[in-house]
Design a protein around this ligand. Sequence first.
Ligand code: FES
Length: 64
Amino acid sequence: MYVCNCNGVTRAEVDEAITAGALAPEQVLAHHGCEPCCGQCLPEIAEGITCGGMGKARSLVAAE
Ligand code: FES
């Protein structure tokens, strides 16, 4: 499942970047050689960072 449609970054790839130490959404995208385009994914990624992983983000779990 893509979190960032502009760059094709998946939830697993976001988690990989978080595990590697990314502390901001821009760092998550940069980890995969990308940068924000529309910015729509940034709040979701920020929540994933805050929660310690995309699978633990409450709003994202509830949306599935
Ligand atoms: S969806 Fe991530 S920058 Fe557009």
